[in-house]
Design a protein around this ligand. Structure first.
Ligand SMILES: [Zn+2]
Length: 49
C-alpha cells in the first residue's frame, strides 16, 4: 500500500466518522426523527434537544 492510499483511507474513514457523528447529533433520541438545526427540536415529536 502506498502513502497516498494510506492518506486516502484516513480521509475516507475520517469523513465517515464525521458524518456518523453528525447523524447522531441531529437524530432525536426519543423517536429517531430528524432534529431541526435552527429550532433545536425534533421535527417529528417536538422534543426539545
Ligand atoms: Zn422526536
Amino acid at each position: 500500500m502506498s502513502m497516498i492510499e494510506n492518506l486516502e483511507n484516513i480521509k475516507k474513514h475520517g469523513m465517515e466518522e464525521f458524518l456518523k457523528n453528525e447523524k447522531i447529533r441531529w437524530t432525536c433520541t426519543e423517536c429517531g426523527g430528524t432534529v431541526c438545526v435552527h429550532k433545536s427540536n425534533c421535527s417529528n415529536c417536538g422534543r426539545k434537544i
